[in-house]
Design a protein around this ligand. Structure first.
Ligand SMILES: [Zn+2]
Ligand SMILES: [Zn+2]
Length: 347
């Protein structure tokens, strides 16, 4: 079967690899019908994810039809069309029992290297799904593949950030970063009925997309963001800041932009070992800072699929390129060069 494989840092290839088969009674074998390239696939490509072995298949956003289900798989059956979650929680530990699936220490991730389960991913014609009851969601005919696909990762990630922001009716929300997750955070934030959503980025095309989702764009290249938000709120600042960038200057900007007593919800990925927190500013403002870490996709995808079904949000709007799986490497190039906002692939 055809698959996108990791060869070395900076090098992916399209390969013919053996078709996988189920090996545990809780496994399923999925025939992939739609998959996508995620921003975190670039972390794998760039060697920021340790333990990715040469020949491993990438990809953790995918939908497919179950070709075979192990004898202990209960929630889905052969022939079911299902959405995969990028994360595979164990389903047995204390955190999983509390629904805190994103805090499960035994979580595995498709196509993400030896330290996260050494599993092949879904940028392929077939993929083996371990613990299928935990990480597959059956889909009915109401949603197309493209509509449902992002609920398994980036949409639910943006939604998680908005939920943790505890947005209230009438709030002013600032979303920092208008990549795919930020754009979904905007869509999710709108469902909590804020009075205004401001979207911060430096790329014109992303700001235009944010505007099309109902946000007021703020170009971080041209204006001082905290000042612009203060001016828009009678000097008060944002009630809620959703930080979707994951870079220290963005975190500092969030501290300056949030109002006294407001809340920052962080979904951007931080890997820096330390940061000098301006203690007197944080103390004086009395702000809440919530780090979401990895989003609780399995705990929250039901809500996201409902919003899509009800037409409250349209995830397909962010798809900029539709390509065949065999053209995946060109899709990676376009995505890396930021010429593509989101690339969807079909085998
Ligand atoms: Zn991802
Ligand atoms: Zn667990």
């Amino acid at each position: 079967m055809r698959a996108v494989t990791f060869q070395d840092v900076g090098k992916l290839t399209m390969e013919d690899v053996p078709k996988p088969s189920i090996s545990e009674p809780t496994d399923a074998l999925l025939r992939v019908t739609t998959t996508a390239i995620c921003g975190s696939d670039l972390h794998v490509l760039h060697g920021r994810i340790p333990g990715m072995l040469p020949g491993s298949v990438l990809g953790h956003e995918f939908i497919g039809v179950i070709e075979e289900a192990g004898p202990e798989v209960r929630r889905v059956r052969e022939g079911d069309r299902t959405l995969a979650s990028f994360m595979i929680p164990c389903g047995k530990c204390w955190f999983c029992s509390q629904g805190l699936f994103n805090r499960c220490a035994d979580t595995r991730v498709f196509g993400y290297g030896a330290f996260l389960g050494d599993l092949n991913g879904g940028q392929a014609e077939y993929v083996r799904i371990p613990n299928a009851d935990m990480c597959l969601h059956p889909l009915d005919g109401a949603l197309s593949d493209e509509q449902a696909l992002f609920a398994g990762d980036i949409f639910t990630t943006g939604f998680d950030c908005a939920v943790e922001g505890q947005i209230k009716d009438g709030d002013t929300v600032v979303v920092q970063g208008c990549g795919p997750v930020g754009l979904f955070a905007i869509q999710a934030a709108k469902t909590f009925r804020p009075s205004a959503v401001y979207a911060v980025d430096t790329v014109d095309q992303r700001l235009e997309m944010a505007q099309s989702f109902g946000a007021t764009p703020i170009d971080g290249k041209r204006v001082h963001v905290a000042t612009a938000v203060q001016e828009a709120t009678g000097g008060r600042g944002a009630d809620v800041v959703l930080e979707c960038v994951g870079a220290l200057p963005a975190f500092s900007q969030a501290l300056d932009t949030v109002r006294a007593g407001g809340r920052i919800s962080v979904i951007g990925v931080y890997a820096e070992p330390e940061y000098e927190l301006p203690m007197s500013l944080v103390f004086t403002k009395g702000i809440d800072i919530k780090f979401c870490g990895t989003a609780n996709v399995v705990g929250r995808w039901e809500e996201v699929l409902r919003l899509i079904r009800e037409g409250a949000v349209d995830p397909t709007a962010i798809i900029s390129h539709r390509m065949k799986l065999d053209d995946a490497l060109r899709g990676y190039q376009l995505f890396e060069a930021r010429e593509a906002l989101k690339v969807v692939l079909t085998p």
